[in-house]
Structures are given as C-alpha cells and as structure tokens.
Design a protein. Sequence first.
Length: 241
Amino acid sequence: MKIKRMDLIFFIILGIITIISIDFILNESHRAFIENIANIPPFQDLASGLIITFLVCLIGNVLPIPSPYTFVVCFSSLPFLQMNPFIPIIVALIASLGSLIGELAGYFVGRGASAFISEERSQNLKKYQKFLFEHPKTAPFMIFIFGFTPLNDDFITIPLGILKYSLFKTVFWCWLGKLSLMLVFSFNVVNICSLLGGENWILSIVSMYLITILLYLMIKIDLLESYNKLVEKVRKIREKS
C-alpha cells in the first residue's frame, strides 16, 4: 500500500512529538521551560511579543500544511489580559495581519503558478474551483470559514486565484476570519489557551497529539463530498415529504 505524502508528514510529526515527550520525561529543566513559557522575557514585553506573534503567524500560514501557530497568540496576550482589554485586540490584529500575508501567498499561487501544483492536489483544488464557479455567492462564507478554522486555506485561496476572484474580497473575508480566530485566543475565550498546555507539560503533550490528529482529519475529510451528500439527503427527505 502506497503511503501518501500527507500521511507520511503526519507520522513524522507524531514521531517528533513522541521524541519531545520522552525528552520532557527525562529532563526536568525542559519541563519547567514549557510550563513557564508564557513568563519568559520576550512575552513579558509587548513589543517583542508582537514581533514574535507576527512572524510565527506569518510562517505558520506560509507552510503548505496546517500548523498550530495560534499558541503564540495566547502567550503574547495572557500577560496583559487583565491589565488592558485593548492589548488583546492589538495582539489579535497583529496576528491576523501576519496570517493574512501568509495566506495571500496561496491566492497568488493560484494566479500565476498553478502548474507547479501536484496532480493529487490539483484534483482536489479543481473540486473547489468547480464548486466556487457554480456557487459564486458562497465564496465570502467559505473564505471566512477557512480563515476561522484550522482548515488549509490554500484549498479555497488557490481556486479563487485561478478564477481571478476579487483580491479585495479575498483579503477582507480571509482577514475577518483570521481576526475572529485570533480574538478567541487573545481573549482566552472559554479558557481555550489551557488546551495548549503551558501550566502543565503533560497537558501540553496531549494537546500537541490531539491538535495534530484533528488537523490531519480535517485535511483528509473531503468537505465538498460531505456537503454534496448532505444536500442529497435533504433533497430525498423533501421528495418523500
């Protein structure tokens, strides 16, 4: 059975997390660092925290695979959360800007470099391209959803680039999705930052495993196929009623 590239990447990431887990078990100093990462000097200074946040979010969105870059938003915002309610907004704005710049790379890939996309990936992108062509009014909603969730934004931005969809609309809805996501983390809504660990190294490791598995499953699930099946079920129910 041939192992696909995404499956191979998934197993490599799980292997790296396992190595990190063993390292934490054997090295108390490393455990102490991860449990107090939010208290390290760079995150205690707003300016350096914002720079780190921007760069991590930029790189995290440039990468061809989803990455849990949102952790940096928690560490940059939490030290100031109780001091000034406007600081988390600033952190979210900077994070969303870095994420947006990274994601726009996918749009411009669709504009001028689609020939470099692999055959397997090209087939998946064509599904979204066809769907967007047939349902142009759904584009803003889909851009927002892909920006707000860990879904790989390239699946929507590249087809939009190929279709020469409005750059302004792509930028606006992608940014709005990213900003909404970053506000959730910067304000630590429902204590979501605790899921990223920090205070407990075991929780940190468990979270890394769960986030990796979640991202993998979201990539493997064919959203359009699931949507079409749902529409078909609704249609059959209406026909019976």
